[in-house]
Ligand binder design. Structure first.
Ligand SMILES: Cc1cc2nc3c(=O)[nH]c(=O)nc-3n(C[C@H](O)[C@H](O)[C@H](O)COP(=O)(O)OP(=O)(O)OC[C@H]3O[C@@H](n4cnc5c(N)ncnc54)[C@H](O)[C@@H]3O)c2cc1C
Length: 462
């Protein structure tokens, strides 16, 4: 049975569990109304080390092929990113949004459907001036000589979206956290006192959530509870398979000065994303260059019920990335940016998506409970919306019907309907189990295997 949801009345106490992108953005939007008491609980100090939103950078793109809902949402968010940069400049803080452009490569000689649909929809919406479409491989090389080898190796069609770029996501989280503090949002962010251990329901009505219980055994009463627990959500409440925690690998290089100077000038790039999954960033101010793979990801099922739970460098110190993922990174980068072949990988981690069945967010009252909402299902593309998403989530909390509340509603989709976000090449069936016994590809690699020399001397091993 589905329980009816009633929006909170003025004066209500709203508890948000999770101080990442979705949770903080919501806390800020709610606090702006000045009519609720807003509390945020997190299991770690913000930004939580192993939260998806805690990172050196994330792509800020409006290129969403036929998912134009997100394209329009991004257009709305661009203005707020610029406003954030302004606010920060006034306080002598560096920008959080960097308009480097996003360069979307396709494979040999023609654009893939994804890139074609992106350009079509962006132009039809009146934003064609953001796009610089290259009409020959030479044009790409002329504009970005750093990608000569990529072009020669078959990534020879591309367009640049000049409006997009990247954000420093940990800084963005801190920025909105500070805005929340200024507005009087209350925070409890410690391992025991801030970590939700269970929902707390009315003893007379087990479907009515009246608060949360934290690891220290304390009960915190609230009129509404929003779970914004990212990839942990499926392990906190029964999500009826609407979302699954999937692990996605990222690596960093720390190139020497001469390459660093060249790679600082790169735009964000997507290396035929819908077919390969690979994307990357320019070197940041610390000289770190991040590369990631957007794919169906790894699972980490827990013994009790097979629900996939994040396995991170906080829960498993010393974890890196699976050896199979390392081999694939080296293989791809060997073609795309061959200069990396001689570089050690300086860092690697598995970062977790709350992957929904169809790639759309899941932001909705939970059908099994009164007073409970979830904001999850980020599917690996939520951070770019941190300045705006909270306003849309606030609408959902307040029961306002919008195109977003309709798109992100509880959907009762089955896992066999999985299409992810239409951008990922490999299917659900290819999801590997992280560190599965007897799977040579799934074990974590050792730091010495990150070395360029290791790869050269031991190709057969990896
Ligand atoms: C590898 C990778 C690359 C990505 N790249 C991009 C990109 O380029 N562009 C983009 O827009 N997006 C990107 N994303 C997605 C983006 O990071 C997410 O959409 C966004 O961070 C989701 O925010 P969230 O608040 O739902 O989750 P999170 O940021 O993970 O926050 C969840 C919070 O809940 C807390 N929590 C969990 N359980 C509990 C509990 N029991 N009690 C209390 N607190 C709890 C955690 O500590 C954490 O702070 C990427 C994600 C990954 C993993």
């Amino acid at each position: 049975m589905t329980t009816a949801y009633t929006p909170p009345s003025p004066g209500s106490k709203i508890i948000i569990v999770g101080g990442g992108c979705f949770g903080l953005s919501t806390a800020y939007a709610l606090a702006l109304k000045n009519q609720y008491e807003v509390w945020v609980f997190d299991r770690q100090a913000i930004p939580a080390n192993d939260a998806a939103s805690c990172d050196i950078n994330k792509i800020v793109r409006m290129d969403y092929a036929n998912d134009t809902l997100y394209m329009h949402l991004m257009v709305e968010a661009f203005g707020l990113w610029r406003q954030w940069n302004k606010e920060r400049a006034e306080k002598d803080l560096g920008p959080v949004f960097h308009q480097s452009g996003v360069l979307l490569f396709s494979g040999k000689d023609k654009f893939s459907d994804f890139e074609k649909d992106c350009m079509k929809n962006i132009r039809e919406a009146g934003y064609g001036h953001f796009i610089e479409e290259f009409t020959s491989p030479e044009q790409i090389i002329e504009k970005f000589p750093q990608f000569r080898k990529a072009v020669e190796n078959g990534f020879n069609t591309a367009y640049l979206n000049k409006e997009g770029g990247w954000c420093n996501s940990s800084e963005a989280v801190k920025h909105i956290y500070n805005k929340c503090l200024e507005l009087g949002v209350n925070f409890v962010t410690e391992k025991d006192t801030g970590c939700l251990s269970s929902l707390y329901c009315d003893p007379k009505d087990p479907t009515a959530v009246v608060g949360i219980k934290t690891e220290d055994g304390k009960i915190h009463y609230g009129d509404r509870v929003l779970l914004a627990t990212g990839s942990w959500t499926g392990s906190v409440v029964d999500m009826r398979k609407q979302v699954v925690a999937t692990g996605q690998q990222v690596i960093h290089f720390q190139p020497p000065q001469h390459l660093r100077r060249e790679w600082e000038k790169l735009p964000v790039w997507c290396g035929d994303l819908s077919n390969t999954g690979y994307y990357g960033f320019p070197c940041n101010a610390d000289g770190k260059m991040k590369i990631g793979k957007h794919h169906s990801g790894y699972l980490n099922p827990r013994a009790s019920d097979e629900v996939s739970v994040p396995r991170t460098q906080v829960t498993h110190i010393g974890d890196t990335i699976p050896i199979g993922a390392l081999r694939e990174f080296r293989e791809f980068m060997g073609k795309f940016l061959p200069e990396t072949t001689n570089l050690d990988i300086s860092f690697g981690r598995v970062c977790w998506y709350s992957d929904s069945v169809d790639g759309d967010f899941v932001i909705s009252p939970h059908p099994d409970y009164k007073n409970l909402l979830v904001a999850c299902g980020d599917s690996g593309h939520g951070l770019k919306f941190i300045p705006i998403i909270g306003f849309k989530i606030r609408d959902i909390i307040e029961g306002v019907d919008t195109q977003y509340s309709r798109a992100w509603k509880w959907r009762n989709m089955q896992t066999q309907d999985t299409k992810l976000d239409g951008l990922r090449a490999d299917s659900l069936l290819q999801r590997l189990i992280l560190c599965e016994e007897n799977n040579a590809d799934a074990r974590m690699c050792h730091m010495d295997e990150f070395k360029a020399s290791f790869k050269h001397q031991n190709t057969a091993k990896i």
